[in-house]
Write a protein of this length. Structure first.
Length: 99
């Protein structure tokens, strides 16, 4: 079996720093591979208190609707991301398709 050496020490350190930052932000590790350095991270969707947002929107005469729509679109979905090192040793982060 052949050994892959895509990343140098500096890129691997940066790779693990990104993973640590993502886990501090609430992501959990679903899949991890050391030979081909990549990690699939997942973050569950958050529940939104729509009654509270409706009340605040009424109190601010509809100005809070912008924030409520933002929370509804961005926070109410499950997020899966891939963090990896490619063949050239470059770090990249990409969204994963989730069912």
């Amino acid at each position: 079996m052949e050994s892959y050496s895509f990343a140098n020490e500096k890129n691997l350190d940066r790779f693990y720093e990104i993973i640590a930052a993502k886990t501090r932000n609430g992501f959990i590790i679903k899949e991890h591979n050391e030979k081909l350095p990549y990690v699939v991270l997942s973050k569950e969707k958050k529940t939104i208190n729509h009654a509270l947002h409706f009340f605040i929107s009424c109190m601010t005469l509809g100005l809070w609707l912008i924030i409520w729509i933002y929370f509804t679109l961005n926070c109410s979905r499950k997020k899966d991301i891939l963090v990896a090192v490619d063949e050239d040793g470059n770090l990249f982060e990409d969204k994963c398709l989730s069912a």
